[in-house]
Design a protein around this ligand. Structure first.
Ligand SMILES: Nc1nc2c(ncn2[C@@H]2O[C@H](COP(=O)(O)OP(=O)(O)OP(=O)(O)O)[C@@H](O)[C@H]2O)c(=O)[nH]1
Ligand SMILES: [Mg+2]
Length: 338
């Protein structure tokens, strides 16, 4: 009970029921958040397209991990977590209704411990099933995981080969997923302490943001144009939603690129370091298969020029091949033939 569903509602406006589930529960709430982006708004103003499609981040809210004596997490429960690319750990830092003090670092450690124990039982079960004495790649991989987990370290602390990464994906190990922290605070939280807690996580290499879960959930209920007033009244600078999206992008190592035309202006999220042909595949498999070249202009160049025509005139629109590394903010047109 750290306010996960509350935070989920604040992020998505989904209005999921906030209740103390009293431990283990296998239902999940799901919703997606459109990623706000000024650049997308600018492009929409330029092209006046029929539709504007932002990038989206899908969120899943599950009940707290309380396995107490039941070392194996429920299969259905696991299946919700299995398909995620990253885990956001919501830590309690609101003071209302708290008698036993706040200990976010300890709470975090305990959650990671649950991930580790869950993974360890998967590893041990699988090892038991594999024929004894037969030296396979999978056995080697599992033994490597076992050693890491028995040392109480999450699997995201070791680096895997490409082949091992496929095993990791297959087993959907929880402790192998990238993790970031959402510190759920309220009006009475000491801001200096909040900053110190966040710094502690960041120093340990974990992305961490704070947000006013309950307040922001309530703000989602009011009309969009009235929200700004409330935010100012409560002294909330940046919306938790925007901070969380940025943390998710950083944790997942994502960037956005754009496609723009009269019909549609759209933002696409893609892994940092993706090539032009991989970005094309993000749009459509046909574009990846039949990739010829990509016409690319950076957002900042386009904005300075004020139009695609002017950008062309100044030689800022480039033709790039399949191995070009797509940059955050690139506006891309794919030429393909299938
Ligand atoms: N004061 C205050 N109360 C909060 C805040 N966030 C959550 N709560 C309260 O904490 C209780 C539980 O909130 P939930 O969002 O359901 O918690 P949860 O983490 O989803 O709980 P489980 O699903 O059972 O693990 C509710 O009574 C909320 O009103 C907050 O930021 N401030
Ligand atoms: Mg909940």
């Amino acid at each position: 009970m750290s306010g996960k569903t509350t935070v989920f509602n604040a992020l998505t406006g989904a209005g999921a029921k906030v209740e103390i589930s009293g431990g283990f529960k296998v239902t999940a709430n799901m919703a997606s958040i459109p990623v706000p982006d000024d650049r997308l708004d600018y492009l929409a103003g330029l092209y006046k397209p029929k539709s504007v499609v932002p990038a989206k981040v899908n969120m899943v809210d599950v009940a707290g991990l309380v396995t107490e004596g039941k070392r194996e997490l429920d299969e259905r429960y696991i299946s919700y977590l299995k398909n995620t690319d990253a885990l956001a750990v919501v830590l309690k830092y609101f003071t209302a209704g708290i008698e036993d003090g706040l200990h976010p670092e300890e709470d975090f450690r305990r959650i990671v411990e649950e991930f580790i124990l869950s993974d360890l039982s998967v590893v041990e079960n699988r090892l038991k099933k594999l024929k004894k004495g037969r030296d396979t790649k999978e056995t080697d991989f599992l033994l490597r995981c076992k050693e890491c987990l028995e040392g109480e370290k999450p699997l995201n602390s070791i680096s895997f080969s490409l082949e091992e990464t496929n095993f990791v994906r297959g087993f959907a190990f929880l402790s192998a997923k990238p993790v970031f922290v959402i510190l759920n605070i309220d009006e009475s939280s000491d801001r200096d302490k909040v900053e110190a807690v966040l710094r502690g996580f960041r120093d340990a290499g974990i992305e961490a943001v704070s947000m006013y879960g309950k307040l922001e959930m309530d703000i989602m209920e009011v009309e969009e144009k009235e929200r700004k007033e409330y935010l100012e009244e409560f002294g909330i600078g940046e919306l938790g939603k925007d901070k969380v999206l940025r943390a998710a992008y950083n944790t997942l190592n994502l960037i956005s690129f754009f496609t723009a035309g009269e019909k549609e202006v759209r933002a696409w999220e893609v892994k940092r370091g993706a090539t032009a042909v991989e970005a094309a595949g993000r749009i459509h498999t046909d574009m990846e298969r039949g990739f010829i070249k990509a016409k690319v202009v950076s957002f900042s160049d386009l904005k300075v020029c004020g139009s695609m025509g002017e950008a062309k005139k100044r030689g800022l629109v480039r033709m790039e091949g399949r191995d070009y590394i797509v940059k955050d903010g690139d506006i891309v047109e794919i030429f393909f033939n299938v």
